[in-house]
Design a protein around this ligand. Structure first.
Ligand SMILES: [Zn+2]
Length: 239
């Protein structure tokens, strides 16, 4: 196996650039709004608890977790975890992110369809594209002249397809969690409308990282499908 300029030009460089831009945007939005305190002095942990209670959710714990922007909601454990700066910080970014995670808890409590599908897709997708490539490489190495389709390349492609499928259902789940957050923050009086616009910037930037991940996963899938000659006109030979 060696380097493919088609991959570099149409998949790697544009997707890497997109991911980088999204990461930079998140970093900049977070560093700006994690320094702006909200007027009510509400911490991320308090905001999460207020929102959960307002939504009638009483069985979800709110805990701190180590790491930078490691915030997440675990449906299996029913725990909403916030990174240290968001857990005890009173910034607009902290309550914005806490409200987003509470949005996931609301989705879970309501068995929101895309979340259910996403959770079903997690086991396959978490094997990840890494294993997918490995299996495809083995398949390509084993391929006989002119025929790259074999059990290995097809299983590898399926794994890469599972990752793309996961990202495609994950995206609406993430956007919906942010939409819920931006509705509930002013409703519960945690943020003023003006502060809520600032929180929107943070969540919009975070959403871009999910858009970038989805575009990347789909581009990888299309590339490999083409490479295996499944899109017609592709290269069915492997030099
Ligand atoms: Zn999320």
């Amino acid at each position: 196996m060696h380097f493919d300029p088609v991959y570099l030009l149409y998949v790697f460089l544009p997707c890497f650039g997109l991911m980088l831009l999204a990461q930079l945007w998140v970093k900049s939005a977070y560093s700006t709004y994690s320094r702006v305190a909200n007027r009510n002095g509400v911490t991320g942990a308090e905001a999460a608890q207020v929102i959960l209670r307002a939504a009638g959710i009483h069985d979800v714990r709110v805990e701190p977790v180590e790491g930078w922007l490691s915030d997440h909601y675990s449906p299996r454990e029913k725990v909403l975890r916030l990174s240290p700066r968001n857990y005890s910080g009173t910034s607009i970014a902290a309550v914005g992110i806490a409200a987003h995670e509470a949005g996931h808890a609301m989705q879970h409590a309501q068995s929101y369809g895309p979340l259910v599908v996403r959770n079903l897709a997690v086991p396959l997708a978490s094997m990840g594209s890494g294993l997918g490539y490995l299996v495809i490489m083995i398949g390509l190495a084993m391929s006989t002249r002119g025929n790259v389709l074999n059990a290995f390349t097809l299983i590898g492609l399926s794994l890469i397809a599972a990752v793309a499928f996961f990202q495609l259902v994950n995206l609406p789940v993430e956007l919906n969690a942010s939409r819920r957050a931006l509705e509930v923050l002013p409703q519960t009086g945690i943020l003023t409308l003006e502060e809520n616009r600032a929180a929107r910037n943070v969540l919009l930037a975070a959403a871009m990282t999910y858009v970038a991940a989805t575009v990347t996963a789909v581009a990888e899938l299309l590339y490999w499908a083409w490479r295996l000659g499944l899109l017609g006109g592709g290269r069915s030979r492997d030099e």
